[in-house]
Design a protein around this ligand. Structure first.
Ligand code: NDP
Length: 261
């Protein structure tokens, strides 16, 4: 029997077990996917080994520790500096980042994008920035506080104080504003001005209409939440657990249904 789990803190809200267990059931596999609440980042490796896991997903705040314990890193994980999927093979930890391709798949339907504005400058923005840059999409970052711009591959790194209003096809909320509160991810006057020109708004948060998506809608901007990004990153991780041997659409279909349960 194969054993998998998601590690995080908090973790009780995670729907990854639901998604992965339904995919396991529908593909007729002998496996189980659980969730592990971790108190201390440095316990990740030993806990994984003690549980005899074959693979794991890693969520906030342990993606950096997963990166540190990986013996081999995918190109994306190395460039982004964070790992959300660990696979144990031949006594080694293989680290991957499936948030980046998961995001890119989710925005594919928007077609070709000339310029993107990404709100936030945390781990998810690093993944989003990596995949936008890799696909030749130019983007700026707007964050509430200063960060080292060279970590993000962006054209311009702005804070609210020096932001210059310009035209963007897509605006992405990659902050946690709106997740457990009703905050906008940037001042309303900036978002109002940006949405006047934008075609699309994407929120990495899923399962709710955030104040960001709500404001975008009032400007007639087409909106999308992070549900498809979540399912895509999960399906890619699942297939990495099994050496990419399954049809991705079968996994996506099971995970999409799981998320509606
Ligand atoms: P981090 O904690 O690494 O970064 C959070 C970012 O949000 C920081 O830039 C922070 O600014 C900013 N921020 C937090 N609160 C506010 C606020 N009230 N106003 C403005 N900016 C704020 O988080 P992650 O990058 O890991 O996650 C970001 C979001 O992406 C979360 O909501 C998470 O749920 C979602 N996510 C969704 C996924 C999916 O599959 N759909 C996958 C991964 C993440 P500062 O730098 O100033 O502190």
């Amino acid at each position: 029997m194969h054993k998998f789990a998601v590690f995080g803190n908090p973790i009780s809200h995670s729907i990854s077990p639901l998604m992965h267990n339904l995919a396991i059931k529908e593909l007729g596999l002998d496996a189980f996917y659980g969730r592990v609440l971790l108190e201390t980042a440095t316990d990740l490796k030993q806990k994984f080994l003690n549980l005899g896991l074959n693979g794991a997903n890693i969520t906030v705040p342990f993606k950096l520790e997963a990166y540190r314990i990986s013996d081999e890193l995918s190109e994306a994980a190395r460039e982004i500096g964070s790992v959300n999927t660990l696979v144990r093979k031949n006594s080694k930890f293989y680290g991957y980042n499936t948030d980046a391709p998961g995001f890119y798949e989710a925005i594919r339907e928007f077609g070709s994008l000339k310029r993107v504005l990404v709100l936030g400058a945390g781990g998810t923005t690093r993944a989003i920035g990596y995949i936008l840059a890799k696909n030749g999409v130019k983007f700026d970052i707007l964050n509430r506080s200063e960060k080292e711009p060279e970590n993000f591959k962006c054209e311009n790194f702005y804070t609210y104080e020096n932001f210059k209003i310009q035209s963007y096809d897509l605006v992405v909320n990659s902050t946690s504003a709106g997740l457990k509160d009703d905050f906008l991810p940037a001042p309303a006057e900036i978002l109002d001005a940006v949405f006047k020109e934008a075609k699309f708004a994407f929120d990495a948060i899923y399962g709710k209409i955030t104040p960001f998506l709500d404001l975008a809608s009032t400007h007639g901007v087409r909106t999308k939440d992070g549900r498809e990004m979540l399912i895509n990153q999960g399906a890619l991780a699942f297939n990495l657990f099994y050496d990419n041997k399954f049809d991705k659409n079968l996994i996506l279909s099971a995970m999409s249904r799981a998320i509606r349960l």
